[in-house]
Design a protein around this ligand. Structure first.
Ligand code: LIP
Length: 271
């Protein structure tokens, strides 16, 4: 007998529980923040990244054992899932920030069915903020409703971004960053895409762009932006399907920011 489909609110409860488990484990072990598993030129993978993903995935699979897991720290040994529900986990988004003791980091967990994100939670314990949304409910921060800004033009806007990553072979490094910086009031690089997007949802900034960003960085917070009244769009999905370019704004600025990015980067929409 088919089990009833879980309501988005039930899925959100699970996402929130798992995000808190992972985030609080990271916070409780911040003294281990320099335990490096793998170091890269501009990035780092920590033992705690793997531990936090394991905690989050364990909590999810305890509740929904037949659901699929897609996580940043996947080792590829995840058994094929029987269900078409997929949980998308970034156990520590802003890992480099975390490893330096800089508080802008979070655990981001989304759940999608097919291409639709149904619920998302972004738990940022070091700044005591937890963002949530469901496909049919409000965007909240610590239980309080969120609304995007009313900023009407880019030259009055704060736009969050990361430095250009894998934008395109014919795009000079940081050419897009420089173009944005010349046209907006201020550019901000805080090192956590999920928190960048939550700031847009909270009306504390007005736009976000990043190329070569992973789905686990943006899945939960992209829903939170949309449920706060903003707009989001994905472009240029890369082979493998987990990396893309992503543009999000308060809605009013979506066309203007997309046109600005499009001056420097060909944008192929993701359906
Ligand atoms: C980070 C993103 C950030 C990006 C960083 C990094 P991670 O994710 O949230 O926006 O600029 O390069 O990808 O790796 O800390 O989970």
């Amino acid at each position: 007998m088919n089990r009833p489909e879980p309501a988005p609110s039930i899925l959100l409860d699970c996402a929130l529980h798992a995000a808190r488990l992972a985030g609080e484990h990271a916070l409780a072990n911040v003294h281990r923040r320099t335990e490096v598993l793998q170091a890269f030129k501009h990035d780092v993978k920590l033992n705690l990244d793997v531990e936090c993903q394991r905690k989050a995935a364990g909590a999810i699979l305890e509740r929904f054992p037949d659901h699929a897991i897609l996580g940043e720290e996947d080792t590829g040994d995840q058994p094929a899932a029987a269900s078409d529900y997929e949980w998308i986990i970034d156990p520590i988004d802003g890992t480099v920030n975390f490893s330096h003791g800089f508080p802008f980091w979070c655990c981001s967990i989304a759940v999608r069915r097919g291409g639709t994100v149904l619920a998302g939670a972004v738990h940022a314990p070091a700044i005591r903020e937890t963002y949530t949304a469901t496909l049919d409910g409000p965007a909240l921060c610590n239980g309080q409703p969120l609304a995007v800004s009313a900023t009407p033009a880019l030259d009055q806007a704060i736009v969050f971004t990361g430095l250009d990553k894998n934008a395109a072979p014919n795009v000079a490094p940081n050419a897009i960053f420089e173009r944005i910086t010349a046209r907006v009031q201020r550019t901000r690089v805080i090192g956590s895409a999920a928190l960048d997007l939550c700031m847009v949802a909270a009306g504390r900034g007005d736009g976000y762009f990043e190329s070569g960003i992973y789905i686990w960085d943006i899945a939960a917070a992209g829903l939170i932006v949309r449920r706060a009244g903003g707009a989001t769009a994905g472009y240029n999905r890369q082979p493998g399907g987990h990396r893309q370019a992503f543009i999000a704004t308060n809605g009013r600025l979506q066309e203007e920011l997309t046109a600005l990015i499009g001056e420097a980067l060909r944008l192929d929409p993701i359906a």
